[in-house]
Design a binder for this molecule. Structure first.
Ligand SMILES: NC(=O)C1=CN([C@@H]2O[C@H](COP(=O)(O)OP(=O)(O)OC[C@H]3O[C@@H](n4cnc5c(N)ncnc54)[C@H](O)[C@@H]3O)[C@@H](O)[C@H]2O)C=CC1
Ligand SMILES: O=C(O)[C@@H]1CCC=N1
Length: 284
């Protein structure tokens, strides 16, 4: 991180994440809450963080939690973690509290940089992040986009997100709709698959609770193997599939007429369509 402006410097060489200044989290529900959990586990200094949420329910780790924006400081980083539909509830009071050097990070699905810039005039750097809930375990997958980030700001936000797992930038903002469907919504699709193989196991005779345990352990193990192996998922599937054995017969069903591939493509398409709709709603 040598050479970064002090304002953005984010060192973690001592195992701690040092924020460049106050970090405001506006909204801290399922997604932002998972991010906070991951950051605290990664060694984020809780004293630098303020959670602002209407309920005032205390955030974990002793993080200061307020029901209104702090009046006595300017954030170095402000993260929008509310629902896209709530953007106009928070923008009027938040916009005047941000400085040109504040990095505004938005995790709002679908809501474009132009829509954010129309509401938040001051920040030079706006970064859109599309994370997923496994960030709580620092095993997230996050897509990032910015049309404006100074390289140092880009590096600082990248480091913050990398502390939560895998993070990478996309160069075309439109692709964040796809990243939202694949990474953001993706865990829900995988959780459905876990339920589906558990239900199938139960339908074929296993006690339901045992089927659920075995399904969970299978997906956990397969995901870890795929994540740590140099081989592709396709190659790993070949290793499972004995010629003339039982797996091949099962794959014949999944692969018939590209049944699974088609189902998953239509699933992501539907999510992308909704992301575009939410983006369009925020443009108005
Ligand atoms: N849940 C997920 O897996 C993912 C969610 N996202 C995005 O994250 C954002 C939040 O989604 P969730 O966490 O699922 O929703 P959520 O409903 O769990 O959290 C939203 C939070 O915003 C708070 N809030 C509402 N009005 C507020 C206000 N005026 N000021 C401050 N806080 C306010 C609510 O109290 C709530 O805790 C959305 O924009 C969504 O598109 C992005 C990727 C994945
Ligand atoms: O369902 C949603 O709209 C949010 C964004 C991606 C995951 N959850």
């Amino acid at each position: 991180m040598a050479g970064l402006p002090r304002r953005y410097a984010l060192r973690n060489d001592d195992g701690m994440i040092h924020l460049p200044g106050p970090f405001w989290m506006i909204g801290c529900g399922n997604m932002a809450g998972a991010m906070l959990e991951g950051w605290l586990a990664a060694g984020l200094d809780p004293d630098r963080v303020t959670v602002i949420r209407p309920s005032g329910t205390p955030a974990p780790g002793g993080v200061r939690t307020l029901t209104a924006l702090p009046a006595d400081e300017t954030p170095a980083i402000a993260m929008l973690g509310v629902k896209p539909q709530k953007l106009d509830d928070v923008a009027p009071s938040l916009a005047p509290a941000l400085a040109p050097e504040t990095i505004l990070v938005s995790i709002l699905a679908g809501v474009e940089t132009a829509s954010l810039r129309a509401r938040f005039a001051a920040p030079r750097t706006i970064v859109r992040a599309m994370p997923n809930t496994p960030v709580a375990l620092r095993k997230g997958a996050t897509g990032l986009f910015s049309d404006s980030a100074h390289p140092a700001a880009r590096e600082a936000v990248g480091a913050l997100m990398t502390a939560l797992g895998h993070a990478e930038w996309v160069e075309d903002e439109d692709l964040l709709h796809v990243v939202g469907a694949l990474c953001g919504s993706g865990p829900a699709f995988v959780f459905r698959f876990i339920d589906a193989i558990a239900a199938a196991g139960a339908a074929l005779g296993l006690p339901p609770e045992q089927a659920a345990r075995l399904a969970l352990a299978t997906v956990d193990g397969a995901g870890s193997l795929a994540g740590s192996s140099p081989e592709t998922p396709h190659e790993l599937a070949v290793r499972v599939t004995s010629p003339g054995g039982m797996t091949a017969k099962g794959l014949d069903i999944l692969d018939d007429d590209a049944a699974l591939a088609d189902l998953v493509r239509r699933t992501l398409e539907a999510a992308v369509d909704r992301s575009r709709e939410m983006g369009a709603a925020a443009r108005r």
